[in-house]
Design a protein around this ligand. Structure first.
Ligand SMILES: Cc1cn([C@H]2C[C@H](O)[C@@H](COP(=O)(O)OP(=O)(O)OP(=O)(O)O)O2)c(=O)[nH]c1=O
Length: 191
């Protein structure tokens, strides 16, 4: 089997790969500019970022298989930010309260011959109404830090999710179904 370079700084993605039995031979985060372009809508945006992360890292590892992903939370055509401070987390949670949103995770794998393949996982998440007190308690817990849309489903927030339709691992940052198929094609995993 071919070794894998993971183009991600996300510890969740390492954990999710481990569930497929894959330990990356190298972890080399891409560190690209993730700002949406003017008028860029969610799907093209998330797909572009995964592709750009993979391409940037593949240029440093010729002949290796490279995997990159990007996760975003979309409320309609609106792209929610990654929450790096309490005010952003609070604003995101207020917006998601009592409604459905989409979590998109794009995955790009560049194989050893340099061929790039792309998949997109889309999950609908229905969040129950959140009172200001619930939002404050969640913000105090800090689990939102560094997460797209201001929450981490793999923690206390799941108690506010009425239903989810799609991929739980996709919401966490790496959809296992699509990722396994792509790693089989790239000869990182056996069929
Ligand atoms: C919605 C949601 C997001 N997230 C995380 C997944 C991603 O790590 C993060 C979104 O940011 P990303 O830009 O996708 O990833 P990253 O910056 O953590 O890592 P890198 O760009 O180096 O690959 O939010 C959760 O862990 N749980 C959730 O429920």
């Amino acid at each position: 089997m071919t070794p894998l370079v993971l183009a991600s700084a996300s510890p969740r993605r390492v954990e999710l790969l481990a569930r497929l039995g894959v330990t990356p031979a190298a972890i080399d985060p891409a560190d690209i500019d993730e700002t949406p372009r003017k008028a860029e809508v969610p799907r093209p945006h998330v797909a572009r970022l995964a592709a750009e992360k993979a391409a940037a890292v593949a240029a440093r590892h010729p002949g290796k298989v490279v995997l990159a992903a990007d996760t975003l939370v979309a409320a309609g055509r609106r792209i929610l930010p990654k929450a790096d401070d309490e005010a952003t987390a609070r604003a995101c949670l207020g917006l998601l309260s009592g409604r459905r949103h989409e979590v998109l995770t794009a995955v790009t794998v560049i194989d050893a011959a340099g061929i790039a393949r792309h998949r997109l996982s889309s999950t609908t998440v229905a969040v129950a109404p959140l009172t200001p007190a619930m939002i404050e308690r969640y913000v105090d817990g800090g689990q939102w830090r560094g997460k797209a849309g201001g929450y981490a489903i793999q923690g206390a927030f799941e108690a506010h999710v009425r239903f989810l339709s799609g991929s739980f691992s996709g919401v966490m940052g790496l959809p296992l179904f699509e990722t396994r198929a792509m790693l089989v094609t790239a000869h990182v995993l056996p069929a």
